[in-house]
Design a protein around this ligand. Structure first.
Ligand code: AMP
Ligand code: TRP
Length: 331
């Protein structure tokens, strides 16, 4: 009996942050032993916004190195680059014909992007979730580990699958989002009302996987807190402190009660550097191993070539089934 399948991806549009690590990659690593997993670098999603080609190229390889350095084993999992498997684009076109303008119009990320990129509001931004549905459905995925912000897109993929299956019988597995209990939405250090994001204009709000220990310490020391002076999990009254507690809990495995007890009567001057230290020690081996991997491009190339070959085999099986169901004449 095959294991349940997992698919997830991150687009190489910015340097990976502690948010993408805690919300996504850390969980991918934990899931790799119990599931049959595909982890993708979704470069085709990345071009919905304008990128400098050299930067996109560099970030794609860096992201691959960071996946592996975080503990994803390319032998156990299929790790690859989306544009290397042409089936994603083909299924995306087909699924676009089973996606409704209205439902795409309701996507929160589309609404946000329309505001942010009004100077380049291209059709790719609108059909972005259809390509994401193709990513997921192409591999008959059961679970999609993502942060809270991507839940709506996974639900849309499921709705498209239900609609398609309703017409043609059981073609696609129905995927479910898999959201971590702690850390599904890490917030900006400078503005705890907004998400920590790799596209944040204020780099002080985000901690990057490749940040130096010094930079990480400085960012945490400057993190926005409050004047209450107690380490307590209360996102409404103390959003900054609750965010720091979430980060500390995710990287140390300690519960909120344990953290409150640990810093009882100690004040933020002790708490903030302690969170910084825990993050520095979590990210240090990842940064060092990424740097080592990036110094040998041939090893990275072997990983993405092997990944693409294995992904394409599964993808082609699904597409053959889909083509036949729709009525396309086989080759
Ligand atoms: P992004 O970095 O926005 O491309 O997102 C990559 C993955 O990380 C997605 O699964 C997101 O849901 C997740 N993610 C990104 N930022 C955060 C955050 N601040 N907190 C939790 N998860 C996040
Ligand atoms: N849209 C996701 C994000 O912004 C990235 C993504 C693309 C993805 N395809 C996916 C995530 C498939 C999970 C599964 O983070």
């Amino acid at each position: 009996m095959a294991d349940k399948r997992i698919f997830s991806g991150i687009k190489p549009t910015g340097d990976l942050t502690l948010g993408s690590y805690i919300g996504a990659i850390k969980n991918w690593v934990e899931l790799q032993n119990d599931y049959d997993c595909l982890y993708c670098i979704v470069d085709m999603h990345a071009i919905t916004i304008r990128n400098d080609p050299e930067v996109l190229h560099r970030r794609t390889l860096e992201q691959l190195a960071q996946y592996i350095a975080s503990g994803l084993d390319p032998k156990k999992n299929i790790v690859y680059i989306q544009s290397h498997v042409a089936q994603h684009a083909e299924l995306s076109w087909i699924l676009g014909c089973y996606s409704m303008m209205g439902e795409l119009n309701r996507m929160t990320q589309f609404k946000d992007m329309s505001r942010k990129h009004s100077d380049n509001l291209n059709a790719g931004i609108f059909t972005y979730p259809v390509l994401m549905a193709a990513d997921i459905l192409l591999y008959q995925s059961d679970l999609v580990p993502v942060g809270e912000d991507q839940k709506q897109h996974v639900e849309l993929a499921r709705n498209i699958a239900v609609r398609f299956n309703g017409v043609y019988g059981d073609v696609f597995k129905l995927p479910e989002p898999f959201i971590p209990k702690v850390g599904a939405r890490i917030r900006s250090l400078t503005d705890p009302t907004s998400k920590m994001s790799k596209s944040d204009e204020d780099p002080q709000g985000s901690v990057y996987i490749m940040d130096s220990p010094d930079a990480i310490m400085k960012k945490f020391k400057r993190a926005k807190t409050d004047s209450l002076g107690c380490v307590r999990f209360d996102p409404d009254e103390q959003p900054g402190i609750s965010n720091l507690m979430t980060i500390y809990s995710s990287v140390t495995g300690r519960s909120f009660d344990e953290i409150t007890a640990e810093f009882e009567g100690k004040g933020y001057g002790v708490f903030k550097p302690a969170v910084a230290e825990a993050v520095i020690e979590t990210l240090r081996p990842i940064r060092e191993e990424s740097e080592r991997l990036l110094s040998d491009r041939s090893q990275l190339a072997e990983v993405y070539r092997d990944g693409a070959r294995r992904a394409a085999e599964i993808a082609e099986d699904t597409l053959n089934l889909v083509r036949g169901k729709i009525g396309f004449v086989g080759k």
